[in-house]
Design a binder for this molecule. Structure first.
Ligand code: ITT
Length: 200
């Protein structure tokens, strides 16, 4: 029987990526149908991911997966980092434009960027599992492409000459920070399920 895990996100694009990735482990992802009513902090991705997942686990008594991610520009001391989704109000396009404007203040060679993702799976039986992943690349001069979400139109992964928004979704999912973070946490989760079955 396929196991279902509830995903503590309000971001539909992120949910679709998570669903496609966990499916490879015979786990089906489901949106909880309630708002994840947590105040995200500015300290760490891990803390935010845990807040989101544990909100669902304590509210509904289920195993839940929370993810927090962001993009960091080393030449801007890691900005925008944990506030990637909210450093400028408005749309993804508005935030891309704001980040490109900040990049113009830097030397032309300073375009390195890294996506980071933390995944936390909180268990109804107590405790939690974590996974981390990153994807290195650079910021393009202009937005290109319409696949994906967020900063995908302005991010070119290392080894590629196109933005993530120009890659098919399954290709992004094969290299992404989210994929690596989920893979690490889900492998532990699959082990947890096996152990749990042995004990019960
Ligand atoms: P939830 O908190 O409800 O999960 P959110 O969009 O608010 O959804 P985060 O707080 O984790 O998510 O913010 C992550 C932001 O970082 C996201 O909104 C994008 O702007 C950016 N980001 C993360 N992963 C990305 C990716 O794969 N491609 C493009 N942008 C990404």
């Amino acid at each position: 029987m396929m196991r279902t895990i509830f995903v503590a996100t309000g971001n539909a694009s992120k949910f679709k990526e998570i669903k496609d990735i966990v499916q490879r482990y015979d786990i089906s992802a489901q949106m909880p149908g309630i708002e994840i009513d947590v105040q995200e902090g500015v300290v760490s991705y891990e803390e935010n991911a845990r807040l989101k997942a544990s909100y669902l686990t304590s509210k509904l008594g289920i195993d839940a997966l929370g993810e927090d991610s962001g993009i960091e520009i080393p030449a801007l001391n890691g900005f925008p980092g944990v506030i990637s989704a909210r450093f400028v109000e408005g749309s993804d396009q508005d935030r891309n434009a704001a980040l490109l404007a900040k990049m113009q203040l830097l030397k032309p060679g300073d375009r390195k960027a890294v996506f980071k993702a933390f995944v936390v799976i909180t268990l109804k039986s107590g405790g939690y599992l974590t996974g981390y992943g990153e994807l290195r690349g650079r910021i393009n001069d202009i937005p290109m492409g319409s696949n994906g979400f967020g900063y995908d139109p302005i991010f070119i992964p290392d080894g590629y000459d196109r933005t993530l928004a120009l890659l098919p979704g399954d290709e992004k999912n094969s290299i992404s920070h989210r994929r690596k973070a989920i893979e690490s946490a889900i492998k532990q989760y699959v082990e947890h399920i096996k152990q749990f079955k042995i004990q019960h």
